[in-house]
Design a protein around this ligand. Structure first.
Ligand code: ZN
Length: 159
């Protein structure tokens, strides 16, 4: 069986005056993630995991933050682009495992909604997506509520 594994990591700063977009959904919060696009760390780490599994370059090569066209870009478009890349190479997603590291806000009420949003963008079932949130136990910049990070593992199977 031809299978491919990939992993992705991303982190963005939490700042006032920005919307908090995570896993393709908007979460009501006093801070949001800073970035050239909508700064959705979950979709960025996930896209990079897919690119990595396909031995392709990372997200910054396809969507440079110097390109004005990518300003405030919906990261769902980046993930759709990654999906097309895996379809082009005749792979399908077996499963995803996503970890979000955030001190605040509490993300557990939003995980099912994120799962549904990711399943829709990737045209897969929610049963193929694991998603969990953890804190950084008050340590480092994530623990001081200055940033949110995401880690993603993906397994692809040839079709
Ligand atoms: Zn990013």
């Amino acid at each position: 069986m031809n299978i491919r594994i990939g992993n992705g990591y991303d982190i963005h700063r939490l700042v006032p005056g920005r919307k908090l977009i995570l896993g393709g959904i908007c979460i009501e919060y006093e801070l949001g993630l800073l970035g050239h696009s909508d700064a959705d760390v979950v979709l960025h780490a996930l896209s990079d995991a897919i690119f990595g599994a396909l031995a392709l370059p990372n997200i910054g090569v396809y969507f440079p933050n110097t390109d004005p066209q990518n300003k405030d870009l919906d990261s769902g478009e980046i993930l759709s682009f990654a999906k097309n890349k895996l379809w082009e190479q005749n792979f399908a997603i077996s499963n995803l495992d996503i970890t979000i590291i955030a001190e605040t806000p509490k993300l557990s009420p939003f995980l099912d909604k994120m799962k549904a949003s990711i399943a829709e963008i990737l045209s897969i079932s929610t049963s193929q997506i694991g998603i969990k949130a953890t804190t950084n136990e008050g340590l480092g910049d994530i623990g001081k509520k200055k940033a949110i990070a995401a880690l993603v593992s993906v397994l692809l199977v040839a079709i």
